[in-house]
Design a protein around this ligand. Structure first.
Ligand code: RP5
Length: 164
């Protein structure tokens, strides 16, 4: 992996999504995976969104993580314009608590997949882990880091105590 050249993109529809999407950024940082994070709104910046999707692969991006809330078209529209894997993160919305975001991202019609994750922070963190797993299929150092991450989680769970 070329040092510091972003290989993962974290995109979101608004800076109000950052509280959730920063969980993806923190996870990638913990694996030393270079990434870029940007606001690219599907409905407010449609031309920029298409340009981003069309040029991402040539710029070295290998996985796109896209988070959006409400009628969340961003992950699906990015996926329509690139063959890079797109991981969709449903951001919690004010009135429907992110169920609208989840349904709009997960229900992609046949032919253009979006790997859809849980609503909110866990989804953002898992999308980043999934991106690391994709990169880890061809990067032995990342594969070793993933194994260590799983081992640490296992040890933490095994050492959990209850207040009895
Ligand atoms: C979506 O609308 C964004 O992804 C965000 O989750 C939601 C609300 O955006 P703001 O009104 O906070 O900019 O496009």
């Amino acid at each position: 992996m070329q040092e510091n050249k972003p290989v993962v993109a974290i995109l979101m529809g608004s800076n109000s999504d950052w509280d959730v999407m920063k969980n993806a950024a923190e996870m990638l940082q913990s694996f030393d995976v270079p990434f870029e994070a940007k606001v690219v709104s599907a409905h407010r910046m449609p031309d920029e969104m298409f340009e981003y999707a069309e040029t991402a692969r040539d710029r070295g991006i290998r996985v796109i993580i896209a988070g959006a809330g409400g009628a969340a078209h961003l992950p699906g529209m990015l996926a329509a314009k690139t063959t890079l894997p797109v991981c969709g993160v449903p951001v919690p919305s004010r009135y429907l608590k992110g169920q609208d975001s989840l349904y709009s991202i997960v229900q992609m019609p046949k032919g253009v997949p979006v790997a859809t994750f849980a609503i909110g922070e866990a989804g953002a963190a898992n999308a980043a882990l999934y991106a690391v797993q994709i990169l880890g299929t061809t990067d032995a150092v990342l594969a070793d880091k993933l194994a260590a991450f799983r081992k640490a989680q296992n040890e933490k769970a095994r050492n959990m105590t209850l207040p009895l």
